[in-house]
Design a protein around this ligand. Sequence first.
Ligand SMILES: *[C@@H]1O[C@H](CO)[C@@H](O)[C@H](O)[C@H]1NC(C)=O
Length: 285
Amino acid sequence: MKMGLFDKAPPLENPTHESSERLLAEEEGTLWTGNETSAPTCNSFAVCLFRASALILVFLVGALFGFQWRGDLDGLCSQHVSQYSTIIKEVGIQYSLQEFNGSLLKENIFRQDAGPDVDAAWESLGVNYRSVRIPPEDAEQSGLAADQVKINAKYGGGFPANVEGLHHLHCLNLLRQSLYYNYDYYHAKGEGPFTNNDYIVRLHVSHCLDIIRQELMCSVDSGVLGQVWIYPENPEPYVDFNTKHRCKNFDAVRRWAEKNQLPQDPPADFLQPPSEGDRIYSRMP
Ligand SMILES: *[C@@H]1O[C@H](CO)[C@@H](O)[C@H](O)[C@H]1NC(C)=O
């Protein structure tokens, strides 16, 4: 007779139920009554020394592994909380302590009124970099679907993509350019986002505002802002915005994105046309 995979096994002649129960009772008894023959003993100096050494060895090996792991805690943490991408693999995320420049009155280059200097400062952050290439083997893990836009195989293949963090900065830069006291300057210049008509500029600005809102909420900063006293003659409390933060290695990410930009003037057939069955949306998603 053949037995199917899910057929019930025939009952055993001598069920082990009873004997296993007895075994358990015996074991418990040994544990709790300190049976002389089987309880752990340390009855000679040599045995004691051996056991102590073994314990210490296990502890040391554990500690060694522990310290080894500490070395890559940054990588471990970033991989746990960030979307994977080629950046994680090729740049390697590291954290370092940085103090924010939170002064209300002390301006820096990023806060200046519209002009070439402040534009150059923002430009240097990589806000206008071209797309990079995500190799096919990283695509799925990086959240890219197989039917998304691809680069033609004869130009190296892979998927064109933009670094999210740099897009957020691009957006913040557009908000800066759209500030009531900067808007006229950039509108008159008519470059970048301002090449579009006013209606589209407006949608671009509110798109950017909302992306930054979602990003800030997504990674809500659980730190706190304390208060300091100002004005010795007549002390008043004031919020101290110069707080310390564990920051990712932004500049390494920026350099990678800069170096890996796709060509400035790609040939007409740079992108692979959509294949049979690839999703094509009827409107902007
Ligand atoms: C704050 O400003 C100083 C001096 O300009 C600069 O070196 C530092 O990187 C700034 N900190 C941050 C977090 O941007």
